[in-house]
Unconditional design. Structure first.
Ligand SMILES: Cc1cc2nc3c(=O)[nH]c(=O)nc-3n(C[C@H](O)[C@H](O)[C@H](O)COP(=O)(O)OP(=O)(O)OC[C@H]3O[C@@H](n4cnc5c(N)ncnc54)[C@H](O)[C@@H]3O)c2cc1C
Length: 513
């Protein structure tokens, strides 16, 4: 059932078994896990069924570190940011879960084997199943092309699947509306998670609508699922009993904010024979109605040997290279030199594979565009706090101080070099690196709208906000769903993993409620 909180009598009390705060991918998935069972679920969503500027404005805040769009990187209505996510889906790599002595603050309380059973159902939810993320032979057979097998020992191929992309509100909303045991409270902003004395348990949620109504939701168990930035903000705002915010007894809530730094324009690549760089390496290909693209990732062996952080590189076709340096009149001198040097290689190599087109002689090669997303070191100074400004509900706005460390930058530079080596060694083409030793960030770096780490998971309450079950340390009945619990973030897009974690949490709660 859908309920518009603005239409309820003022000061209505809604009672439930589980209260889920936030109707994005995490909250919707948790609620669906209980559909048509005896357990009553109340899903509380700040927005409605459509975007609304007044609701969205509640997401504005201050960015005081690396420039970051706080409203532009998330959406506040049913479905959350899945209403404009790109659908890139891949699990974390096994090494991402490990405590690595070269990555400060690294390590999950468990290994990938704990999430392994949940990735296939998570893949079904984002409509990419059956997924083959690392199955080279499968993709070779499915595409009928010979796929490159990295030879330097530094890189490996992985396969990114693309969700439709699934818009969680539109796709799963009707199912929630029909479920006899689920109430979806719309236009309902949770403004406070109210706790008992000493904040040992949650007593109820205070709800406010933008139209001025106040309500309460009371449940046995509460799950906070408002996204990787807002989860921290809501805990910090819930400070009536715990002055520094709920779960913040060790000053950890909001710290360790991580993004996947995205960088483009760090190299120019030219490839002679597109057969050496098959379609799946340079664009999405559809196999059995599913879109997939190959990515280059550092091998686990190289990450260990080089004491490096994880990264993902993807390519796209950028244009034709005529061989005279004139394809791009804006070319830098260095790029023209690279193309000149590559000319010999290209002439020998192309060997008439690419026939002359109607527009004239065959190109000597092709220019590729490249992008990368990499892992950042968990950094306690990269953090979410509260600003002094207030939003339309009277709540302190979010303040984000996103910071990166030199270790992450050096690691990325090393991977870019490895990629160029691999490219040459495989005989795919030639690459001109445009990475100065310094200055590739923060100026040139963007985030990917991936918000992670602000309520990190750790068995020790002094080192994490939630325990291995995603329960807030010290609070009996409050859990967190979403990428804010990631202690490290690897280089894979986060949604598939946060869904796997949510399904695991649902199993845990089924045993509790
Ligand atoms: C442009 C863009 C592209 C992206 N592309 C990808 C991609 O390709 N692959 C990938 O893996 N990820 C991608 N992401 C990230 C992905 O969208 C998020 O990982 C995912 O949406 C997080 O789900 P969530 O449920 O944790 O949080 P959200 O999606 O943020 O949902 C949180 C929900 O909580 C509600 N809410 C917030 N505050 C309150 C409150 N106080 N009370 C009640 N409700 C509240 C919000 O309205 C929202 O519906 C992208 C994001 C963006 C913005």
């Amino acid at each position: 059932m859908f309920i518009d909180a603005r239409a309820l009598d003022d000061r209505t009390l809604v009672e439930s078994d589980i209260a889920v705060i936030g109707g994005g991918p995490a909250g919707i998935t948790l609620a669906r896990s209980f559909a048509n069972r005896a357990t009553r679920v109340c899903l509380i969503e700040a927005g409605g069924l459509e975007p609304d500027p007044a609701s969205q404005a509640l997401y504005q805040g201050e960015s005081i570190g690396i420039e970051y769009p706080l409203s532009g990187s998330r959406l506040r209505w049913l479905g959350g940011s899945s209403n404009h996510w790109g659908g890139y889906s891949r699990p974390l790599d096994p090494i991402d879960f490990e405590e690595r002595d070269w990555v400060p603050h690294s390590g999950w309380p468990f290994g990938i084997e704990e999430l392994a059973p949940y990735y296939p159902p998570a893949s079904e939810i984002v409509e990419i199943a059956p997924a083959h993320f690392a199955d080279h032979a499968y993709w070779q057979k499915a595409t009928g092309e010979v796929l490159p097998v990295p030879v330097t020992g530094r890189m490996q191929m992985r396969y990114v699947h693309f969700s439709a992309p699934t818009r969680f509100g539109a796709r799963y909303g009707p199912e929630l509306e029909r479920a006899s045991n689920i109430s979806v409270l719309l236009h309902a902003n949770v403004v406070n998670i109210a706790a008992s004395a000493e904040a040992r348990s949650i007593t109820h949620l205070d709800i406010q609508t933008l139209s001025g109504r106040h309500h309460q939701v009371r449940a046995k168990v509460y799950v906070l699922a408002t996204g990787g930035l807002e989860n921290a903000r809501v805990l910090l705002l819930s400070n009536d009993v715990a002055p520094s915010g709920l779960g913040n007894q060790n000053d950890l809530v909001g710290r360790y904010f991580m993004e996947h730094p995205h960088l483009g324009g760090f190299a120019e690549a030219v490839v002679a024979d597109l057969k050496r760089f098959p379609k799946i390496c340079r664009e999405r290909v559809a196999v059995k109605g599913r879109a997939v693209q190959a990515a280059f990732n550092p091998s686990e062996h190289f990450l260990r040997e080089g004491r490096l952080l994880n990264a993902t590189f993807m390519f796209g076709l950028a244009g034709k290279y005529a061989g005279n340096g004139e394809s791009d009149p804006e070319s830098s001198v260095a790029k023209r030199d690279m193309l000149k040097a590559a000319r010999h290689f290209l002439t020998n190599d192309n060997d008439g594979h690419e026939p002359a087109g109607a527009e004239g002689p065959a190109p000597l090669g092709y220019l590729l565009g490249m992008g990368c997303a990499c892992e950042q070191v968990p950094n306690p100074d990269s953090r979410v706090t509260l600003a002094d400004d207030r939003d339309a509900l009277g709540l302190r706005r979010i303040r984000l101080d996103w910071r990166l460390t030199e270790q992450s930058r050096r690691s990325l530079v090393e991977h870019i070099r490895s990629l160029a080596m691999e490219f040459g060694a495989l005989g795919i083409g030639r690459m001109l690196l445009q990475v100065a030793e310094d200055g590739i960030w923060p100026e040139n770096v963007n985030g990917g709208s991936h918000h992670m780490g602000t309520t990190r998971m750790h068995d020790d309450p002094k080192l994490g906000v939630v325990d291995r079950d995603a329960r807030v340390h010290g609070v009996d009945n409050l859990y967190i769903a979403g990428s804010s619990v990631f202690p490290t973030c690897g280089a894979a897009n986060p949604t598939l993993t946060l869904l796997a974690l949510t399904l695991r949490l649902a199993d845990h709660l089924r045993a509790q409620v």
